[in-house]
Ligand binder design. Structure first.
Ligand SMILES: O=C(O)CCC(=O)C(=O)O
Length: 327
């Protein structure tokens, strides 16, 4: 599934492009399902999703989306008076965050032997898909995603998050491709997005500023390409300034094997009736696609992450800030 060179490159850069990971048929099936979901959606409950509006209230809609198929709108889709100014299918920013469990088409793809093989190749012993998002970068209205590390939002102790970003359409600079900072995962996780017992959320500290985005490289890919993102990699995407959409399906995995814990202060929590469901469990006998990874010590896995300046164990601290998820 991955060559030794690819694993080494991933360990070195903190991201890796796998061209043609999905077939045109697989891409078409996911896109079509996304369109069906939008078509069937009644925007009675509107939750604007923004990466900039740090004062927006995080509502229960957002928190509940951890175990639902929920819809989030672009800020730019609304006029001054708060009225929706774009047609529904142009105004949605993303659908999330449990598509991989609850939607039959996305579930099939997310739990395919291809995906299991990839997780095994990265060294996962018990990969838990904890989050999924169908991300729409709509023509002209598709907003930016500010620099972030996925482990800030989905921490384990020790950190183990890996992002799986599948291009459903060609992604170029003009329509808002990903930009990644090579080697940034080696600096540790800069901050965490914490959920308090009352359901409020905030960042513990500010993100370092990445003035001028020096060193970031555009990750321009064709539809069907998959971008692997180490949880400590700093990445972003810019606004879509083009007439072309840039849609993607993104998933986030963490290690669920003994020795890794998922803390209660992560924003994303599942109720008892919908627990995280591993793709496979090497200890219980890995599927054929995962053969080869079983028994590999977790510390040598490609997703292994330095403790860095932050840790999932570090006590929560300082300045209440954000109210919405920012990636
Ligand atoms: O698709 C995008 O524009 C950003 C996605 C992202 O940052 C992620 O999936 O972690």
């Amino acid at each position: 599934m991955l060559t030794e060179e690819q694993v080494e490159k991933f360990k070195q850069d903190g991201f890796l492009v796998l061209e043609d990971f999905a077939t045109p048929e697989e891409v078409a099936a996911l896109k079509q399902r996304g369109e069906e979901l939008v078509e069937a959606f009644d925007p009675a409950t509107i939750s604007v999703f923004s990466t900039r509006n740090q004062t927006a209230k995080t509502d229960t809609y957002f928190l509940d989306s951890a175990s639902a198929v929920s819809f989030f709108f672009e800020e730019k889709a609304f006029g001054e008076g708060g009225q929706l100014e774009q047609p529904k299918n142009r105004a949605i920013n993303k659908i999330g965050h449990a598509m991989h469990d609850l939607d039959p088409v996305f579930r099939l793809w997310s739990r395919s032997s291809k995906m299991a093989g990839l997780m095994a190749a990265l060294g996962f012993q018990r990969p838990l898909p904890v989050q999924s998002m169908l991300i729409f970068k709509q023509p002209y209205v598709g907003g930016e995603v500010v620099p972030h590390q996925d482990s800030s939002f989905l921490a384990t102790d020790p950190f183990s998050c890996v992002g799986i970003w599948l291009a459903l359409e060609d992604a170029r600079r003009d329509n808002g491709c990903l930009w990644a900072l090579p080697g940034s995962h080696l600096e540790g996780v800069h901050r965490r997005f914490l959920r308090a017992a009352d359901g409020s959320v905030r960042f513990d500290v500010d993100m370092p500023s990445f003035e001028g985005l020096a060193g970031f490289v555009p990750v321009e890919v064709k539809a069907g390409s998959l971008v692997l993102l180490h949880g400590g990699n700093v990445h972003l995407s810019k606004e879509n300034t083009s007439p072309h959409s840039r849609h993607a399906y993104s998933m986030h995995f963490v290690e669920g094997a003994p020795g890794f814990s998922y803390p209660p202060d992560n924003w994303l929590q599942r109720p008892a009736e919908l627990p995280f469901e591993p793709l496979f469990d090497a200890a219980a006998g890995a599927p054929a696609a995962a053969a080869g990874s079983a028994g590999r010590p977790a510390g040598t896995a490609a997703f292994a992450q330095p403790r860095g300046r932050s840790s999932a164990r570090r006590p929560a601290a300082v300045a209440p800030q954000a109210a919405v998820r920012v990636y």
